[in-house]
Design a protein around this ligand. Sequence first.
Ligand code: MG
Ligand code: MG
Length: 252
Amino acid sequence: MIQIKSQREIGLMREAGRILDATRQMLKTHIRPGISTDQLDQLAEKHITQLGASPSFKGYHGFPASICTSVNEVVVHGIPSKKKILKEGDIITLDFGVNYKGYHADSATTFPVGVIKEDIKTLLEITEQALYVGLRMAMPGNHVSDISHAIESFVKPYGYGIVEEFTGHGIGKDLHEEPFVPNFGQPGQGPVLKPGMTFCIEPMINLGTKHVEVLSDHWTTVTADRKPSAHFEHMIVITETGYDILTTLTKE
Ligand code: MG
Ligand code: MG
């Protein structure tokens, strides 16, 4: 069952999303060569807590930190560490959740660290565009897989690997609710979108192969060929006419 959220619930999720984006903007100013991913995690936790919320990921299935910090070939679930120091030319995905009064927001962005290679810059641009291409299909009457299909069709010509093991998802009182929203597939499948449904749409796109591996820490997921991976995610609510992004401070 996909839950339809009330206006009150959507309001709480919007507030969670605003706290998340404010935290992301703050973290962005700290991304530079020499900072550790552990420092970013500490800054995030402090900021989220100060704004009256809590980090959704901390302790979720035993995850040991407040944010996922996925550098270069890490696709998702990178664990912050004092030993992981960012260097010029890296990319880092900050993926995290905020719990505000029992409702979650979840969003991810891949940032460059200083100047990055041209082909990696293009990967980031195309992955971010893929998110918005998918979102354009988010409207009442469309099917969940119309979003999936739009993302796949847009990304395919670039020859990138579309990660299949992780998908977008419903969200609300739980961080992951029904349905799954894959980043590939045939159109016209799955549930029909209705106003008040809340989803995270999150293409994860690899420069090389689509295949991934989980490292021995049971969290860190890397590309099988160790080429870089990008990830952009927003949480949205389906409206009467389309969608509204909840994980942004800027009004569209
Ligand atoms: Mg998510
Ligand atoms: Mg996320």
